[in-house]
Design a protein around this ligand. Sequence first.
Ligand SMILES: [Zn+2]
Length: 417
Amino acid sequence: MKKAKNIITYNRLVYVVLVLAILLTLVAIILVVARHVDVEVKTEAEYKSLVLVESGDTLSKLLVEQGFNNTDVLQIAKVLKSDADISSLRADSDKIEFVRLGEKEPVSKIIVIPSPWRQVELTCDESGTWSCRKIDVEKDTRVMYKVGEILDGDSFYLAGIRAGIPAGILAEVYDLLAFEMDFERDVRAGQKFSVLYEENFSGGKKIDNGRVLAIEFEALRGNVKMYRFKKSDGKVGYYDENGNGAIKSLKRTPINNAKVTSSFSTSRKHPVLGYTRAHKGVDFRASTGTPIPAAGAGRVVARGYNNGHGNYVKIRHNGSYETLYAHMSRFAKGVVVGTNVKQGQTIGYVGSTGLSTGPHLHYEIIKDGKHVNPMTVKLPAISNLGKEDKANFIEHRKVLEEGMSKLKENPSWFIQL
Ligand SMILES: [Zn+2]
């Protein structure tokens, strides 16, 4: 028995080696043919050189380097400004492609590329006059759906990367969910999540990420669902299944990903004072200098120093909510009493001023004059939908959900909505 098995294994090995040898020969032949074709195309094709604009580069400098004289340079700059509204180049962002009909020929075509989705082509006619036209870059937007699961000792970020979600999309998802959950304390092994989002392609190549269309997260307080929706007035927002605004007026954790080192409590032993007193906020560990974003839009009503809070800022968000940020190393430029701030705008930087044992952000939410627990307080949504928008939203949600269930069955697919 044993011998027979060995013989079979040996025969199989010989067979595999033979097949591999044939395949390699085929690949080699294809490569040779392909290379030959490539060379042929090159002799007939235009000669192209792509230049990335670097700091210190100007249009005229780059044109002179390509052999243009002053008359051409002036004319090209004039046409670019009047017909394409391009008057200067941005370093490390804009690209210019120069096309020649032969290696030693003068440039016959210039393509200015301010973004992957915007290109301007300049050509010269026989009389030596330059003109420009916009090139339509075909954008192929693909909707992807990825499902992930938190494993033991995992972070949401790691689980998302493992699920194949691009880092840029994950950062957006993080920001959207930060209103609803605390990633430090609410993430557990076994929780599943899914993201429906776009990737933009051109000529079969991925160029950049698109929008986050829907998110689902099995959170501790129940499933969190968010759908992106454009209202009839053109404003875009994220809504839950029922069309209620999913973005809360205040973030529970102003600094993403910061670890909670001390929770809200009505009695705790103060680390510096030694005796028991209420902890009216939540402490987040973060290194000195970390920017502190405003938890919501509002007006700065206090900015100063006291023995307990050190450097602190207080923001009034509406008639009932205020937030306070303490122990700052310094305030953000331009943030003074009376400044209107946007949600997410940096108001100061983490430090350890006042009664503090180390750098952290002490964050308080004050509702109708009383301190509440930022982690558990029910927060109002920024906006809900009117009747007509709501009906449209329900239809839109169905389309997104159909897309998700289709992609769930075929994870390698993408759809176009
Ligand atoms: Zn504190």
